[in-house]
Design a protein around this ligand. Structure first.
Ligand SMILES: [Fe+2]
Length: 409
């Protein structure tokens, strides 16, 4: 998913540039998204291309070919362009999401040389770019957002590579301090609008149909649960989060490019299982997807409301849970500085229809084995911050930029 993604870089996503046709704007967005993903590969030591930093995922070399293969399989086929490397089209077509205990066993020798993959990528880009004025707009959105989602999931992968196998573009760790107190804030009963209406801009298949849900009053924590909060749970016997590492008897946060003494007022990155265990230990629970919507988006307007948050590739790691102003209810960082786990299993909304051109995008995961996350992380592209966007992962998956907050019915 680009030019060096420096701290503070921003990525526009087809926001209606003056004087440009929608397709011209989408083509430009695709070029910017490509620069974003290219820059991630530029950070990797070439000798690490066959590493598998996350055991449940493919080796890095797969992702080098996947982004172009996906675009080719989607756009090239839609424009009836003849295949020039059907083997690569298939080899790099889809990622994996195995159940634990069913890990991939392929070897480096099973994959082609980087030079072959780069040649394939160049040819795909050249062929597609020569024909983009014919591309269906909806598929252009799919290609751009798919790539931007990988800009984040590939960051998880890079995060779990040893420091010596990646180049640091500009380490700029955010300040930290003592963990703040987090009071419970009352959210009045009222409607939550989930999903989006058809015909009003792009959305993935799982974002439809729009529905309104009545939500009884509830209390929600002002802040995300911090490392400092979670440290008390660990001292009481809980296992440490995956992103923590013990150095000379002291806990550190294992960052993208350096380890730092545990920042007590940063949100803690945890799995769903850990979030739920902590909430139970505190006599609380996690918000449902509808409760999250009610507290996060009700009255907040569009995505520009989140301009000051730690999103859109602004940082590689979190910042203080108090770093940005609260919303109209007094709740902070519902969007940004880490996705938030909800207690809602990933299921279709009423009226769901899978994309004909990508039927498994969501439907393959309606298995009761994945939970919805909302909001966004420091590595989530701006266009994916829309309120209807839904993320999902397995409950024990510990490698992602996922936080949580407490709820009280
Ligand atoms: Fe993909």
């Amino acid at each position: 998913m680009r030019a060096p993604a420096a701290e503070g870089s921003s990525l526009f996503c087809y926001t209606g540039l003056a004087g440009m046709t929608p397709l011209a704007e989408l083509s430009q967005s695709l070029a910017v998204a490509r620069a974003q993903t290219d820059s991630l590969f530029d950070l990797i030591d070439p000798g690490a291309l066959y590493e598998r930093p996350i055991p449940e995922r493919h080796r890095i070399i797969f992702y080098l070919g996947h982004l172009e293969a996906f675009d080719w399989n989607l756009l090239g086929r839609a424009m009836e362009m003849p295949a020039f490397n059907a083997g690569f089209d298939h080899l790099f077509s889809f990622g994996i999401d195995p159940e634990s205990g069913d890990l991939p066993t392929d070897r480096p020798a099973d994959w082609p040389a980087p030079g072959e993959v780069r040649k394939y990528n160049e040819r795909v880009r050249a062929a597609l770019d020569a024909a983009l004025e014919q591309a269906p707009e909806e598929l252009m959105h799919v290609a751009i957002e798919h790539r931007l989602m990988h800009a984040e999931t590939f960051a998880y992968m890079l995060h779990h590579l040893p420091f010596e196998q990646k180049k640091s573009p500009a380490p700029a760790t955010a300040p930290s301090g003592p963990a703040p107190q987090s009071r419970m804030i009352e959210i009045p009963a009222g409607p939550a609008t989930l999903g989006r209406p058809r015909g009003e801009g792009f959305g993935w298949d799982n974002e439809f149909e729009q529905q309104e849900v009545e939500v009884p009053a509830f209390g929600i924590a002002q802040h995300k649960v911090t490392n400092g909060d979670y440290l008390e749970f660990v001292k009481a016997g809980a296992a440490a989060p995956h992103f923590w590492i013990c150095r000379e008897g002291e806990w550190c946060y294992h960052g993208m490019f350096e380890d730092v003494p545990l920042p007590l007022d940063w949100p803690v990155y945890v799995s769903y299982d850990q979030a739920r265990s902590y909430a139970r230990w505190k006599g609380k629970s996690l918000p449902t997807e509808a409760q999250f919507h009610r507290a996060a988006y009700d009255g907040e307007g569009g995505r520009e409301a989140f301009a000051g948050e730690n999103v859109d590739f602004r940082r590689w790691d979190p910042e203080r849970v108090t770093a940005s102003p609260p919303n109209r209810y007094g709740v902070s960082q519902m969007v940004g500085n880490g996705w938030e786990w909800t207690s809602t299993r990933f299921e279709p909304f009423p009226g769901f229809h899978p994309f004909s051109f990508y039927p498994g995008y969501s439907a393959n995961f309606f298995d009761g084995q994945h939970y919805v996350l909302k909001g966004g992380s420091p590595r989530t592209a701006r266009c994916l911050l829309r309120s209807s966007f839904r993320n999902w992962f397995r409950p024990a998956y510990p490698y992602i930029y996922a936080t949580f907050r407490l709820l009280e019915d």
